[in-house]
Structures are given as structure tokens and as C-alpha cells.
Write a protein that binds this ligand. Structure first.
Ligand SMILES: [Zn+2]
Ligand SMILES: [Zn+2]
Length: 145
């Protein structure tokens, strides 16, 4: 069984079968550039909609389990929510902090060993690379790094 959501790259199309409040929460988060807590989300949403904090929490929980929002637990016990990141990865240089975007995702399509053998339904993934860029490798040879 190959259980990958067909379109995790451009997740801007409304997913089917959401309640109105789930829909509002999803839309709002998808449009944000940074993650936010349920309280922050509620404060922002209630300016435009009649929506209770408990409803926001419930909607977030459902969306999280549907793989439509990302929940990031913080060390302080708070959870931050964000839209699903696009399938983009970067090479990060540890010396000059240069960030080089990768043109293709090395995990696309996801290796069958992960999705099939584990029988795990993958919604999204994160992947970052760290090392030295070509300029900094030259510096390394010259003893500058
Ligand atoms: Zn560098
Ligand atoms: Zn990827």
C-alpha cells in the first residue's frame, strides 16, 4: 500500500471534508509565514469570526491528525502550529551561513522502505543539510576555517 498524500507540494487547495471552523483555522494557518500558538491563533481569528478557544483547539487537533497542519512542541510545553511546509530543502553552510536551496527533494518519491515496510502514512517531512559550501571548502584547504 502506497499511502502518500498526492499533493504535499502545493497544499493551497482546500482539503475536502472539513468543518467550517476547521476550514477557517486551516486557511488562516496556511497564510501565515510563522508558527503560532492556539491562543494567538484564537485571538487573530476571533477578530473576524465567532469562534471559541475550545473550538480552535479541537480544530487544530483534527487538522494535525489529518496531516493538514504542523504541530511543533516547544520546550516550555506550549505547542506552535503552522501550515504544512512546502517540500523544499536547503544546504546550510556552517562557516558563511550561506543557504543553498535544493532543486529537487531527495526523498521524493518517498523510499518504499519507509512508507511501505513500516506501513506508515507520511503527510510531510523535514530535512536539512549542514556542511561547508564550495567557497568555504577552499578556505578550509588554505587553513582559514
Ligand atoms: Zn560557506
Ligand atoms: Zn522533501
Amino acid at each position: 500500500m502506497f499511502n502518500i498524500l498526492p499533493n504535499i507540494h502545493t497544499n493551497t487547495v482546500m482539503p475536502a471534508k472539513l468543518t467550517r471552523s476547521q476550514e477557517k483555522v486551516w486557511h488562516f494557518l496556511q497564510a501565515q509565514s510563522s508558527a503560532m500558538s492556539a491562543q494567538e491563533l484564537h485571538t487573530a481569528l476571533k477578530a473576524q469570526h465567532q469562534i471559541g478557544l475550545a473550538t480552535v483547539y479541537r480544530a487544530l487537533d483534527t487538522l494535525k491528525l489529518k496531516g493538514l497542519v504542523r504541530a511543533l512542541p516547544m520546550p516550555n510545553g506550549e505547542t506552535l502550529y503552522s501550515g504544512i511546509p512546502s517540500d523544499k530543502h536547503h544546504l546550510n553552510c556552517l562557516n558563511c551561513q550561506k543557504v543553498i536551496p535544493l532543486e529537487v527533494c531527495p526523498l521524493h518519491p518517498l523510499p518504499q522502505s519507509i512508507s511501505e515496510n513500516q506501513n506508515f502514512r507520511v503527510f510531510y517531512h523535514t530535512l536539512e543539510f549542514f556542511g561547508l559550501c564550495s567557497d568555504c571548502q577552499i578556505g578550509e584547504l588554505a587553513g582559514e576555517v
